[in-house]
Design a protein around this ligand. Structure first.
Ligand SMILES: O=P(O)(O)OC[C@H]1O[C@H](O)[C@H](O)[C@@H](O)[C@@H]1O
Length: 185
């Protein structure tokens, strides 16, 4: 029997390593529309979040992706940094999120627009139902790092979130997390 090293690696010092790794970086200039207000104090090239993934090259049903989302502790005119958020194209596809660092909220919304959040802190594990839209929000003062596992054929349906946005926004004011119902912004 040959005993070999795995071609993939992930620890909390070096992060993920492996030849199939993909990395995407979301800058403020690409995320402005997520927030209620434009913040002129934030440079366009501010890094809001980074997603590093091992993506299945075939995107095949039954295959899995592994990734880590890292959200920096940035406020946009007082509003907490967050991912764009999405439904899966294939609503039968669930997802796991595991909080490795920091603190935040996992905002969830069902297809009827009911919205709630789960608290995230180190060790919390979140099982996301296939029919629920999901968004990560960094409410802490350090990076929020979340490990994600999802089916390779899930897909990202962003259009549905743009048509029916999450109905709440999360702010941080004087160190306190404040949730407000979204206005027509
Ligand atoms: O694509 P967003 O809604 O901005 O979320 C950022 C990323 O979060 C997690 O890592 C998901 O598993 C990814 O599929 C997603 O791309």
């Amino acid at each position: 029997m040959n005993i070999i090293e795995s071609s993939l690696f992930h620890d909390f010092e070096k992060g993920m390593c492996g030849k199939e790794m993909q990395k995407s970086i979301k800058l403020y200039q690409d995320a402005k529309d997520f927030y209620a207000a434009y913040d002129p104090t934030l440079p366009n090239d501010t890094c809001m979040y980074e997603v590093t993934s091992f993506l299945d090259p075939e995107g095949a049903a039954g295959h899995l992706n592994w990734g880590v989302s890292l959200l920096h502790p940035v406020l946009v005119d007082g509003e907490c940094n967050m991912t764009r958020g999405h439904f899966h194209h294939d609503l039968s596809c669930e997802e796991y999120y595991w909080c490795a660092k920091g603190e935040g909220l996992l905002m969830l919304m069902d297809e009827q627009g009911n919205c709630w959040s789960e608290k995230m802190h180190v060790g919390t594990l979140h099982h996301i139902h296939g029919h629920h839209a999901h968004r990560l929000i960094n409410t802490g003062n350090e990076d929020l790092e979340v490990i994600c596992v999802w089916p390779a054929n899930a897909g990202h349906d962003y259009a549905r979130i743009e048509e029916h946005p999450f109905p709440y926004r999360v702010y941080k004011e004087n160190g306190e997390v404040i949730v407000r119902r979204r206005k027509n912004d």
